[in-house]
Every structure is written in structure tokens, then in C-alpha cells.
Design a protein around this ligand. Structure first.
Ligand SMILES: Nc1ncnc2c1ncn2[C@@H]1O[C@H](COP(=O)(O)OP(=O)(O)OP(=O)(O)O)[C@@H](O)[C@H]1O
Ligand SMILES: [Mg+2]
Length: 251
């Protein structure tokens, strides 16, 4: 589904990213782990349109999407969430989901040229989509409350819901479980697996190894900007090179 080849990114003289080949297979959840500073977020930033890569190629479902900005990527079916939850401000939970869809709610000049009935229909559609998503994670009852009041875990869940508003083929999740209480972690994991069962493809950066074990069909280990190993959860966690990479990063 997503093929990342020879992707590099430098910050000044520092080579933050230098991967050979990373494949994210259709309908699977692929984990990306590695010590702090290994380049995992930089990988997502470079694939997800925050930065242009210096070299390399990213293919999504057979289409070259290298260097496209986030809104173009979303049109192609790729969205990402962020390591640090965004400030959700004074918006309600429902508004947060509605605003995740681009060009909505009669904002644009072109939209205002359409009939009111059509804009209305689009809005109702979006609300229906948001409602269905919120009901699945038992947040619909809170839809009109300020998103600022949500727990850390609920905010992470909301990020996944926002991504789903774009009906993506692939979602890149950057540390979805960071700062999430154990019960919410279970809710989040079950939700991700239910989306997988519907055919959504995931790549997940995560330090929580229980989450990785529970969710991932296979796992890449990154160190120093490179993918050093790929295998099952058991294979990568029993490999001495992986242990060394983690220990090495602590000294
Ligand atoms: N915008 C940037 N400008 C300069 N250096 C950066 C930038 N973003 C990341 N880096 C550097 O690139 C390296 C990789 O960072 P990155 O955030 O990708 O690591 P990570 O694997 O996501 O780590 P963590 O597990 O702590 O989130 C680090 O040394 C970091 O300081
Ligand atoms: Mg990171």
C-alpha cells in the first residue's frame, strides 16, 4: 500500500533520515519502533508532507506521492496524526471532527456558488459521518462539550477520529498511546483493530511495546535514521542488535 524507498532528509549537516526500503502492506498494522531520536517522527514528517525529502520516493497504492503537501496527501488517501496532541481549543468535539474535512461548510468561494441545499446536504453528510465515528467510541454523548475537557487518551482517540473523517486508505499514527491511561489504551487499540478489519492500513510509531505487540502484524526497528530490522514482534524484540540499539541510546 505504502512503499518508501531511499528516503533521506538532512537538517543542516545532520542526516536525520536515511532509509532504504520500508513497506507498509495493505490492510495491516505496521509498527515503527526505535530509541529516542531514531528518526521515526522525521520519517512521518517526510512521508506526511510536513517536510520535502532530500532524495527518495514514496508510493501510495501505485501513485507517486513524494513531497506532496498534507492536503494533497489527504486527497490521495494518506493522513497522519501527531505525537503531541494539538491544542483543541474552545471547539466542541463535534466541531473538531467537522473541521477535519477540507473545504467544508461553505467556507470557500466556490462552495458559496453552489446551492444552499447542496451545502446543507454536505454538512449533514459530515455530521452523520462524525456521529457514526463518535458513537463507535462512545463519545457522541459528549459531542457538544468542549474538546479541551477531554482526557489525554480521549484526545488521542479524537485525533484518530479526525483522521478518519478524511476516509483515508492509510493512517500514520505517531505515538497514539503516549500519555494514555491503561483502560483508554485498550479502547484505542480495539478501535484501531476494528478500523483495520474494515481495510484501513496503519503505520504506528510507538514506545509502548504492549501496544505494538497487540496491534502490529510486523515491526520495523529504526536507529540513527535507518531501518535496521524488520520482522514479527517476537523476532525484533528477541534480536540482540535491537536491544543494543536501545541500550546504546541510553549511554
Ligand atoms: N525540524 C528539525 N530540525 C532539526 N533537527 C531535527 C528536526 N526534527 C528532528 N530533528 C532531529 O532529528 C533526529 C530525529 O528526530 P525524530 O523526532 O525524528 O526522532 P524520533 O525517533 O521521533 O524520537 P522520539 O522517539 O523521541 O519521538 C533527532 O536528533 C532530532 O533532534
Ligand atoms: Mg518522535
Amino acid at each position: 500500500m505504502l512503499k518508501i524507498s531511499d528516503l533521506t532528509k538532512k537538517f543542516g549537516a545532520f542526516q536525520a533520515l536515511n532509509v532504504g526500503q520500508i513497506d507498509i502492506p495493505r490492510g495491516q498494522v505496521t509498527g515503527i519502533v526505535g530509541p529516542n531520536g531514531a528518526g521515526k517522527t522525521t520519517l512521518f514528517n517526510t512521508v506526511g508532507g510536513a517536510f520535502r525529502p532530500d532524495t527518495g520516493q514514496v508510493m501510495l497504492d501505485g501513485t507517486d506521492i513524494t513531497g506532496l503537501p498534507p492536503h494533497k496527501l489527504a486527497e490521495q488517501g494518506l493522513v497522519r496524526t501527531f505525537q503531541i496532541s494539538r491544542d483543541l481549543g474552545a471547539l466542541t468535539i463535534l466541531e473538531n471532527l467537522l473541521l477535519a474535512r477540507p473545504g467544508q461548510l461553505g467556507e470557500s468561494i466556490t462552495a458559496s456558488l453552489f446551492s444552499r441545499a447542496r451545502i446543507r446536504a454536505e454538512e449533514e453528510n459530515a455530521v452523520e459521518q462524525a456521529r457514526t465515528l463518535l458513537e463507535r467510541v462512545d463519545l457522541w454523548r459528549l459531542a457538544d462539550q468542549s474538546a479541551a475537557n477531554l482526557s489525554g487518551g480521549q484526545k488521542k482517540l479524537l485525533e484518530v477520529l479526525r483522521a478518519m473523517m478524511l476516509s483515508p486508505k492509510v493512517i500514520l499514527l505517531d505515538e497514539p498511546a503516549a500519555g494514555v491511561a491503561p483502560t483508554m489504551e485498550g479502547v484505542l487499540a480495539d478501535f484501531i483493530l476494528s478500523l483495520k478489519a474494515e481495510g484501513v492500513t496503519f503505520a504506528i510509531v510507538e514506545h509502548d511495546m504492549e501496544m505494538i505487540e497487540r496491534l502490529c502484524d510486523s515491526v520495523y526497528v529504526m536507529t540513527e535514521g535507518r531501518e535496521m530490522m524488520h520482522g514479527s514482534f517476537h523476532e525484533v524484540t528477541s534480536d540482540p542488535r535491537v536491544l543494543e540499539a536501545y541500550l546504546g541510546s541510553m549511554v
